[in-house]
Design a protein around this ligand. Structure first.
Ligand SMILES: [Zn+2]
Length: 434
């Protein structure tokens, strides 16, 4: 059905940050043709009654590492766009072509290409390693020439290389996403002009620059977190309009890897055995007492810092870091939204973080992210009111990408079947990366 209308639902109005009754959505040829009272629709237009439901934009996960088998899980969870923040170049360009092609049963895909990283712990072939500023510039040139959408700067980049890659990306007009660790902290990266920071990386180091804490700074620095320092860093983030993909869902999974509930969770039916084995190898479900205690401090510390970001109106966007440990495509974005609400976000703000704001950070705000005439018809029909209870976003009646309807139940059945039958040997990335 190429042309139809959704009638009877409450429609998300991004400008007013509220759900509005009495509006119909006219979908035509994959786009939103009009948002209007139902009596203004063409009289012979087929109508789909979504009474008792809310209609919101399709969700966006701004931080994933995609694989083909993730596609049905994203759609089933209402995620109609993802940004891949680290993948081998040829693989991701091929996937972007397929997922963005007509008729794909997959979310649309924006990609950064491989992580630009320095020597150290590397995620080959998900990363490319540069040793000098010249190599860093050359690598950016190559990725831009290959057609990546944005540039991801990674943890082990030496500082001169980080600055060179950042500068070269800016010369190309490319948006830069940073996972900081070994060299500059968040303050230095922001002052150098980085557009977005992942995972709150570099933030603890910026709060306490006189104490180096390699690896897991939030674990080590929390006891010294001071309100004045937090206020100063948050001010910088807000003033410079830095996008913050805080990805608290991944920190919670990492910090509670000991918790047997992860393994018992019903969603594990969608996890291929090889991925589960990799999770257990990376983060065994046992944790030394001191580390467990350190995480028990660090997780609330990151939430408190996020609460300050929320209070000050920083531009937080929703990302999950799927499929890192115990994170599943789609499901984990809903986890992230619930954690953002726990941190003090109103549910309507959390919805904005996963739709309008995320689309803006991905530089496709003109195409998706709101329900407006002319935008792509990426929509999610849910039971209940997500502005009262963010969990309503998980009660999905229908998912629409480019005007095409998908049945979440059928997609989940497909994903469960894949997980039950996937052969590790056939999963190239599972053997090389996981
Ligand atoms: Zn990641």
């Amino acid at each position: 059905m190429d042309s139809y209308a959704l009638v009877g639902g409450h429609v998300w109005d991004s400008a007013q940050a509220c759900l509005r009754p009495g509006l119909a959505i006219h979908v035509n040829a994959g786009r939103i043709a009009a948002v209007c009272p139902p009596d203004q629709l063409p009289p012979d237009l087929p109508r789909i009654d979504v009474s008792g439901h809310s209609v919101v934009p399709g969700l966006i996960d701004v931080h994933v590492h995609s694989e083909d088998w993730h596609a049905p899980l994203y759609l089933a969870n209402g995620v109609t766009t993802v940004r891949d923040t680290g993948c081998a170049l040829e693989e991701i360009l091929d996937r972007r072509r397929r997922w963005n092609g007509d008729g794909a049963v997959a979310p649309r895909l924006i990609c950064c290409g491989p992580l630009i990283d320095g020597p150290g712990k590397s995620w080959l072939p998900m990363s490319v390693i540069v040793h000098t500023p010249e190599e860093a510039r050359c690598q950016v040139d190559q990725l831009v020439a290959a057609g990546v959408d944005q540039i991801k700067l990674y943890a082990s980049l030496e500082w001169p290389c980080f600055l060179a890659a950042l500068d070269q990306a800016k010369r190309h007009g490319k948006f830069t996403v940073a996972h900081l660790q070994d060299a500059g902290n968040a303050r230095q990266a922001i002052e150098a002009g980085v557009d977005e920071i992942e995972h709150l990386s570099g933030c603890a180091e910026a709060l306490w620059p006189e104490r180096r804490a390699f690896g897991m700074p939030w674990i080590k620095l929390w006891p010294d977190l001071s309100r004045d320092r937090v206020r100063a860093l948050v001010s910088l983030i807000v003033e410079r309009n830095v996008w913050m993909a805080v990805t608290l869902a991944v920190w919670r999974k990492v910090g509670t890897a000991w918790d047997p509930r992860h393994g018992d969770h019903p969603q594990t039916r969608y996890v291929p055995a090889a991925l589960r084995a990799w999770w257990n190898q990376q983060y065994p479900p046992v944790m030394a007492d001191d580390l467990r205690l350190a995480w028990a401090r660090a997780l609330p510390a990151m939430q408190i810092f996020t609460a300050h970001l929320i209070e000050r109106g920083a531009r937080i966007i929703a990302g999950s870091d799927t499929p890192f440990v115990n994170l599943l495509p789609g499901f984990s974005l809903h986890d992230e939204l619930q954690i953002l609400v726990e941190c003090g976000m109103r549910p309507a703000q959390a919805l904005d973080a996963a739709t309008r704001l995320a689309a803006e950070a991905l530089q496709i705000g003109h195409l998706i992210g709101t329900i407006e005439s002319g935008k792509q018809a990426d929509l999610l029909v849910v039971n209940g009111d997500p502005t009262a209870d963010i969990r309503a976003l998980g009660r999905i009646a229908g998912v629409i990408r480019d005007g095409r309807w998908f049945d979440p139940g059928a997609l989940l059945a497909e994903a469960a079947d894949y997980a039950a039958t996937a052969q590790p040997r056939s999963q190239r990335r599972l053997s090389e990366i996981y």
